[in-house]
Design a protein around this ligand. Sequence first.
Ligand code: NCD
Length: 311
Amino acid sequence: MRHFLSIDDLSMDQIETVLDWTKSIESGWQYCRSMNNKCISCFFAEPSTRTRFSFERAMHWLGGRVVTAADASTSSSLRKGESIKDTIRTLGQYSDAIVMRHPDPNWPEVAREYSRVPVINAGSGSGEHPTQALLDLHTIRQKWGKVGGLKVMLSGDMTNGRTVHSLIGLLHMYGCKIFYCPAKIVHGSSVEYLGLPEKYLRAQPCTMVEVECANDLLKDMDVIYMTRIQTERMATDGDMDIRYFAIDEKNVDLIKDEAAILHPLPRGKEISPLIDDDPRADYHERQVRNGLYVRTALLDYILYGNPIIAP
Ligand code: NCD
Protein backbone atom coordinates (compact mmCIF):
# COMPACT_ATOMS: atom_id res chain seq x y z
CA MET A 1 0.00 0.00 0.00
CA ARG A 2 1.52 3.30 -1.04
CA HIS A 3 0.50 5.73 1.71
CA PHE A 4 2.02 9.19 2.04
CA LEU A 5 1.42 9.92 5.70
CA SER A 6 4.84 11.20 6.73
CA ILE A 7 7.79 12.64 4.88
CA ASP A 8 9.63 9.45 5.88
CA ASP A 9 7.28 7.38 3.69
CA LEU A 10 9.15 8.28 0.50
CA SER A 11 12.82 7.49 -0.19
CA MET A 12 15.00 10.05 -1.95
CA ASP A 13 14.62 8.06 -5.19
CA GLN A 14 10.85 8.13 -4.91
CA ILE A 15 10.90 11.85 -4.17
CA GLU A 16 13.06 12.43 -7.24
CA THR A 17 10.63 10.39 -9.33
CA VAL A 18 7.68 12.50 -8.20
CA LEU A 19 9.61 15.75 -8.74
CA ASP A 20 10.81 14.71 -12.23
CA TRP A 21 7.24 13.97 -13.03
CA THR A 22 6.27 17.37 -11.64
CA LYS A 23 8.74 19.06 -14.01
CA SER A 24 7.14 17.31 -16.99
CA ILE A 25 3.73 18.52 -15.93
CA GLU A 26 4.74 22.13 -15.35
CA SER A 27 6.79 22.40 -18.51
CA GLY A 28 3.51 22.51 -20.38
CA TRP A 29 3.63 18.97 -21.60
CA GLN A 30 0.06 18.09 -22.47
CA TYR A 31 -0.47 15.88 -19.52
CA CYS A 32 -3.62 13.94 -19.01
CA ARG A 33 -3.63 10.33 -18.03
CA SER A 34 -7.15 9.10 -18.17
CA MET A 35 -7.93 8.13 -14.63
CA ASN A 36 -10.71 5.86 -15.86
CA ASN A 37 -13.15 6.99 -13.24
CA LYS A 38 -10.66 6.71 -10.42
CA CYS A 39 -11.90 8.79 -7.51
CA ILE A 40 -10.34 10.35 -4.42
CA SER A 41 -12.09 11.35 -1.20
CA CYS A 42 -11.00 14.76 0.10
CA PHE A 43 -11.88 14.74 3.78
CA PHE A 44 -10.90 17.98 5.52
CA ALA A 45 -11.78 18.35 9.19
CA GLU A 46 -9.74 21.58 9.49
CA PRO A 47 -9.83 24.71 7.32
CA SER A 48 -7.93 24.70 4.03
CA THR A 49 -7.72 26.81 0.89
CA ARG A 50 -4.59 25.86 -1.06
CA THR A 51 -4.25 22.22 -0.07
CA ARG A 52 -7.82 21.14 -0.75
CA PHE A 53 -8.32 23.19 -3.91
CA SER A 54 -5.03 22.09 -5.41
CA PHE A 55 -5.70 18.41 -4.70
CA GLU A 56 -9.14 18.66 -6.25
CA ARG A 57 -7.90 20.61 -9.26
CA ALA A 58 -5.06 18.12 -9.69
CA MET A 59 -7.47 15.19 -9.77
CA HIS A 60 -9.67 16.97 -12.31
CA TRP A 61 -6.58 17.66 -14.41
CA LEU A 62 -5.82 13.96 -14.38
CA GLY A 63 -9.29 13.20 -15.65
CA GLY A 64 -10.35 11.68 -12.32
CA ARG A 65 -13.15 12.35 -9.88
CA VAL A 66 -13.43 13.76 -6.39
CA VAL A 67 -15.88 13.34 -3.53
CA THR A 68 -15.27 16.00 -0.96
CA ALA A 69 -16.12 17.39 2.48
CA ALA A 70 -14.74 20.84 3.20
CA ASP A 71 -15.94 21.09 6.77
CA ALA A 72 -15.90 17.45 7.76
CA SER A 73 -15.65 18.20 11.49
CA THR A 74 -19.27 19.38 11.43
CA SER A 75 -20.73 17.86 8.26
CA SER A 76 -19.56 14.26 8.62
CA SER A 77 -20.32 11.60 11.24
CA LEU A 78 -17.24 12.77 13.17
CA ARG A 79 -19.76 15.18 14.68
CA LYS A 80 -21.72 12.18 15.98
CA GLY A 81 -18.59 10.78 17.57
CA GLU A 82 -17.55 8.39 14.81
CA SER A 83 -13.95 7.23 15.15
CA ILE A 84 -11.19 7.98 12.66
CA LYS A 85 -10.84 4.25 12.04
CA ASP A 86 -14.49 3.90 11.03
CA THR A 87 -14.35 7.08 8.96
CA ILE A 88 -11.32 5.87 7.02
CA ARG A 89 -12.78 2.40 6.45
CA THR A 90 -15.95 4.02 5.11
CA LEU A 91 -14.19 6.43 2.74
CA GLY A 92 -12.19 3.53 1.33
CA GLN A 93 -15.42 1.96 0.08
CA TYR A 94 -16.19 5.00 -2.05
CA SER A 95 -12.78 6.00 -3.39
CA ASP A 96 -9.42 4.74 -4.64
CA ALA A 97 -7.42 7.01 -2.31
CA ILE A 98 -8.14 9.31 0.61
CA VAL A 99 -6.72 12.82 1.10
CA MET A 100 -7.27 13.73 4.73
CA ARG A 101 -6.73 16.63 7.13
CA HIS A 102 -7.65 16.29 10.79
CA PRO A 103 -6.52 18.02 14.01
CA ASP A 104 -5.41 14.81 15.78
CA PRO A 105 -1.64 14.44 15.13
CA ASN A 106 -1.96 10.66 15.54
CA TRP A 107 -4.60 10.02 12.86
CA PRO A 108 -2.00 8.95 10.26
CA GLU A 109 -1.08 5.94 12.37
CA VAL A 110 -4.74 4.85 12.48
CA ALA A 111 -4.87 5.23 8.69
CA ARG A 112 -1.68 3.22 8.28
CA GLU A 113 -3.11 0.39 10.31
CA TYR A 114 -6.66 0.26 9.03
CA SER A 115 -7.01 1.81 5.58
CA ARG A 116 -7.50 -0.52 2.65
CA VAL A 117 -6.77 2.27 0.13
CA PRO A 118 -3.79 4.67 -0.02
CA VAL A 119 -4.06 7.67 2.29
CA ILE A 120 -2.34 11.03 1.78
CA ASN A 121 -1.74 13.26 4.79
CA ALA A 122 -2.95 16.79 3.97
CA GLY A 123 -2.25 17.95 7.54
CA SER A 124 -2.26 16.13 10.86
CA GLY A 125 -2.80 18.68 13.63
CA SER A 126 0.55 19.95 14.85
CA GLY A 127 2.24 16.86 13.37
CA GLU A 128 3.12 16.77 9.67
CA HIS A 129 2.18 18.16 6.28
CA PRO A 130 4.32 16.12 3.89
CA THR A 131 2.82 17.26 0.56
CA GLN A 132 3.57 20.88 1.49
CA ALA A 133 7.19 19.86 2.14
CA LEU A 134 7.43 18.28 -1.33
CA LEU A 135 6.16 21.43 -3.00
CA ASP A 136 8.48 23.57 -0.87
CA LEU A 137 11.46 21.44 -1.93
CA HIS A 138 10.43 21.71 -5.55
CA THR A 139 10.09 25.50 -5.23
CA ILE A 140 13.55 25.81 -3.66
CA ARG A 141 15.15 23.74 -6.42
CA GLN A 142 13.30 25.63 -9.14
CA LYS A 143 14.64 28.90 -7.75
CA TRP A 144 18.23 27.75 -7.12
CA GLY A 145 18.70 24.84 -9.54
CA LYS A 146 19.88 22.77 -6.56
CA VAL A 147 19.07 22.12 -2.91
CA GLY A 148 22.22 20.62 -1.31
CA GLY A 149 24.39 23.11 0.57
CA LEU A 150 21.79 25.91 0.60
CA LYS A 151 21.40 27.93 3.77
CA VAL A 152 17.78 27.88 4.88
CA MET A 153 16.24 29.85 7.72
CA LEU A 154 12.96 28.58 9.21
CA SER A 155 11.06 31.12 11.25
CA GLY A 156 7.89 31.31 13.36
CA ASP A 157 5.93 28.81 15.42
CA MET A 158 7.98 25.69 15.08
CA THR A 159 6.25 23.82 17.89
CA ASN A 160 2.81 23.81 16.28
CA GLY A 161 3.62 24.45 12.61
CA ARG A 162 3.35 21.12 10.81
CA THR A 163 4.84 22.35 7.53
CA VAL A 164 8.30 22.81 9.06
CA HIS A 165 8.11 19.41 10.76
CA SER A 166 7.91 17.73 7.36
CA LEU A 167 10.18 20.18 5.51
CA ILE A 168 13.05 19.81 7.94
CA GLY A 169 13.20 16.09 7.12
CA LEU A 170 13.75 16.90 3.45
CA LEU A 171 16.24 19.68 4.15
CA HIS A 172 18.33 17.25 6.19
CA MET A 173 18.02 14.57 3.51
CA TYR A 174 19.29 16.97 0.83
CA GLY A 175 22.14 18.40 2.92
CA CYS A 176 20.97 21.96 3.61
CA LYS A 177 22.38 24.10 6.39
CA ILE A 178 19.45 24.88 8.66
CA PHE A 179 19.00 27.93 10.85
CA TYR A 180 15.81 28.26 12.84
CA CYS A 181 14.37 31.29 14.50
CA PRO A 182 11.56 30.25 16.84
CA ALA A 183 8.92 32.67 18.03
CA LYS A 184 8.85 33.10 21.78
CA ILE A 185 6.27 33.83 24.43
CA VAL A 186 7.51 36.22 27.08
CA HIS A 187 5.99 35.68 30.52
CA GLY A 188 7.44 38.49 32.67
CA SER A 189 11.09 37.56 33.09
CA SER A 190 10.83 34.04 31.63
CA VAL A 191 10.73 33.01 27.98
CA GLU A 192 9.06 30.00 26.33
CA TYR A 193 10.41 29.22 22.86
CA LEU A 194 8.05 27.85 20.21
CA GLY A 195 10.94 25.68 19.07
CA LEU A 196 11.20 22.50 17.03
CA PRO A 197 10.14 19.39 18.94
CA GLU A 198 13.10 17.01 19.46
CA LYS A 199 11.70 14.27 17.25
CA TYR A 200 11.79 16.50 14.16
CA LEU A 201 15.39 17.66 14.72
CA ARG A 202 16.57 14.17 13.73
CA ALA A 203 19.84 14.50 15.64
CA GLN A 204 21.38 16.66 12.92
CA PRO A 205 22.93 20.05 13.58
CA CYS A 206 20.68 23.10 13.23
CA THR A 207 21.58 26.58 14.43
CA MET A 208 19.08 28.40 16.60
CA VAL A 209 18.80 32.15 16.08
CA GLU A 210 17.17 34.61 18.48
CA VAL A 211 14.39 36.75 16.99
CA GLU A 212 16.37 39.91 17.77
CA CYS A 213 19.42 38.63 15.83
CA ALA A 214 17.67 37.32 12.69
CA ASN A 215 18.29 40.50 10.65
CA ASP A 216 22.06 39.97 11.00
CA LEU A 217 21.77 36.62 9.26
CA LEU A 218 19.61 37.63 6.31
CA LYS A 219 22.43 38.51 3.92
CA ASP A 220 23.74 34.92 4.09
CA MET A 221 20.44 33.07 3.68
CA ASP A 222 19.44 31.44 0.37
CA VAL A 223 15.91 30.59 1.50
CA ILE A 224 13.84 32.23 4.20
CA TYR A 225 10.85 30.12 5.19
CA MET A 226 8.34 32.05 7.27
CA THR A 227 5.40 30.57 9.20
CA ARG A 228 2.57 32.05 11.23
CA ILE A 229 1.88 31.73 14.95
CA GLN A 230 -0.72 28.96 15.36
CA THR A 231 -2.73 30.51 18.20
CA GLU A 232 -5.61 28.12 17.52
CA ARG A 233 -3.37 25.29 18.77
CA MET A 234 -2.37 27.06 21.98
CA ALA A 235 -4.18 27.23 25.29
CA THR A 236 -4.24 31.01 25.18
CA ASP A 237 -5.83 33.75 27.21
CA GLY A 238 -5.71 35.82 24.03
CA ASP A 239 -3.31 38.33 25.52
CA MET A 240 0.11 36.76 25.30
CA ASP A 241 3.31 38.61 24.56
CA ILE A 242 4.49 36.65 21.51
CA ARG A 243 7.62 37.88 19.72
CA TYR A 244 8.55 36.65 16.29
CA PHE A 245 10.72 37.62 13.35
CA ALA A 246 8.94 39.57 10.60
CA ILE A 247 9.92 40.77 7.12
CA ASP A 248 8.76 44.15 5.88
CA GLU A 249 9.94 46.97 3.66
CA LYS A 250 12.55 48.00 6.26
CA ASN A 251 14.56 44.78 6.35
CA VAL A 252 13.75 43.08 3.03
CA ASP A 253 16.76 44.61 1.33
CA LEU A 254 19.10 42.88 3.76
CA ILE A 255 18.13 39.68 1.88
CA LYS A 256 20.28 38.67 -1.11
CA ASP A 257 18.82 39.24 -4.57
CA GLU A 258 18.61 35.58 -5.57
CA ALA A 259 17.05 34.40 -2.29
CA ALA A 260 13.57 32.88 -2.03
CA ILE A 261 11.14 34.10 0.61
CA LEU A 262 8.63 31.29 1.16
CA HIS A 263 5.55 30.86 3.33
CA PRO A 264 3.02 28.00 3.26
CA LEU A 265 0.23 30.58 3.88
CA PRO A 266 -2.02 31.75 5.39
CA ARG A 267 0.14 34.49 6.83
CA GLY A 268 -0.24 36.62 9.91
CA LYS A 269 1.87 39.72 10.44
CA GLU A 270 5.21 37.96 9.84
CA ILE A 271 5.31 39.10 6.19
CA SER A 272 4.15 42.59 5.33
CA PRO A 273 1.89 42.79 2.24
CA LEU A 274 4.13 45.69 1.18
CA ILE A 275 6.77 43.22 -0.02
CA ASP A 276 4.38 40.97 -1.99
CA ASP A 277 5.63 42.25 -5.35
CA ASP A 278 9.30 41.94 -4.47
CA PRO A 279 11.01 39.48 -6.87
CA ARG A 280 12.21 37.44 -3.89
CA ALA A 281 8.65 36.95 -2.59
CA ASP A 282 7.83 33.50 -3.94
CA TYR A 283 4.95 32.60 -1.64
CA HIS A 284 2.04 33.97 -3.64
CA GLU A 285 2.49 32.64 -7.10
CA ARG A 286 5.41 30.27 -7.52
CA GLN A 287 4.87 28.28 -4.31
CA VAL A 288 1.07 28.13 -4.52
CA ARG A 289 1.15 27.11 -8.19
CA ASN A 290 3.74 24.43 -7.49
CA GLY A 291 1.27 22.88 -5.07
CA LEU A 292 -0.92 22.04 -8.03
CA TYR A 293 1.89 20.50 -10.10
CA VAL A 294 3.41 18.50 -7.27
CA ARG A 295 0.04 17.14 -6.13
CA THR A 296 -0.85 16.15 -9.68
CA ALA A 297 2.36 14.14 -9.94
CA LEU A 298 1.89 12.69 -6.47
CA LEU A 299 -1.69 11.55 -7.09
CA ASP A 300 -0.63 9.86 -10.29
CA TYR A 301 2.26 8.20 -8.48
CA ILE A 302 0.07 7.02 -5.62
CA LEU A 303 -2.74 5.75 -7.86
CA TYR A 304 -0.62 4.24 -10.66
CA GLY A 305 3.00 4.14 -9.56
CA ASN A 306 4.62 4.14 -13.00
CA PRO A 307 5.65 7.59 -14.16
CA ILE A 308 4.86 9.11 -17.47
CA ILE A 309 7.71 11.56 -18.00
CA ALA A 310 7.73 13.85 -21.01
CA PRO A 311 10.10 12.55 -23.70
C1 NCD B 1 -0.55 25.39 6.38
C2 NCD B 1 -1.28 24.28 7.10
O1 NCD B 1 -2.47 24.11 6.98
O2 NCD B 1 -0.56 23.58 7.80
N1 NCD B 1 -1.09 25.84 5.21
C3 NCD B 1 -1.11 25.07 4.09
O3 NCD B 1 -1.50 23.94 4.08
N2 NCD B 1 -0.68 25.64 2.95
C4 NCD B 1 0.03 26.42 7.26
C5 NCD B 1 -0.74 27.01 8.39
O4 NCD B 1 -1.88 26.71 8.67
O5 NCD B 1 -0.12 27.86 9.04
